[in-house]
Write a protein that binds this ligand. Structure first.
Ligand code: ADP
Ligand code: MG
Length: 201
């Protein structure tokens, strides 16, 4: 088995993250846990690029539509449509407008359990209910009722890959192989080496 320290995940700081001056804070959280930044760029994504990003997983339309319908019903509300695919068609248009509204920062972070660790630090999709201590829970207060009322995507600062499989497809979508740097970070010796035998002189 390949050592878990080689796992990689895609993070995108969405336009609201840059406009809120949270780039340093967000990068700092992933840095401080011990992950390694192996790729980074700033760009304004085209709507078509955003659509392709969200539909890399062929089941995303169905799953996200079902999740949204369940969210409405759990709150005793009627969803705008009972067809999951119609729900996501609407959401996709909102996401294209959101993500292409200004510059975003795309990054690839590497380290043990990178996908899971980044999702944990990032927090749940709806900032109103994201845990305190997570980036979404600490720095933004948007909610489904507000985004529904305004007919827009929920603003939650960050995209982070949901699974290892998703991360591989997403990294290839945002970065070419030569934009990702393989290098050693000195702290990896403390995080991953079997013996801590290089500390004392
Ligand atoms: P996550 O980004 O937490 O993985 P999803 O993959 O389910 O969440 O959705 C992608 C993005 O679409 C979310 O980050 C959010 O910006 C937006 N979004 C998801 N569900 C809704 C919804 N019901 N209403 C408005 N925006 C949504
Ligand atoms: Mg997702």
């Amino acid at each position: 088995m390949e050592h878990p320290k080689y796992e990689r995940t895609l993070v995108v700081i969405k336009p609201d993250g840059i406009q809120r001056s949270l780039v340093g804070e967000i990068v700092g959280r992933y840095e401080k846990i011990g992950l390694k930044l192996v790729g980074i760029k700033i760009l304004v994504p085209e709507p078509a690029m955003v659509e392709a990003h969200y539909t890399l997983d062929p089941s995303w339309r169905q799953k996200t539509g079902e999740k949204t319908i369940k969210g409405y019903r759990d709150k005793g509300l009627e969803p705008p449509s009972t067809d999951p695919l119609q729900i996501t068609a609407i959401l996709l248009e909102k996401l294209k407008a959101y993500l292409s509204s200004g510059p975003v920062i795309a990054m690839v972070w590497q380290g043990a359990h990178a996908v899971e660790i980044v999702r944990k630090l990032t927090g749940g999709t709806e900032p109103r209910t994201s845990d305190v201590g997570t980036i979404r829970g600490d720095f933004v207060l948007d909610s489904y009722p507000m985004s529904d009322n305004d007919g827009r995507a929920i603003r939650n600062l960050i995209h982070a890959s949901g699974t290892v499989e998703e991360s591989e497809k997403e990294i290839a979508h945002w970065f070419s192989e030569d934009e990702l740097i393989n290098y050693r970070l000195v702290q990896e010796q403390i995080l991953y080496d079997v013996d801590l035998d290089g500390i004392l002189e």
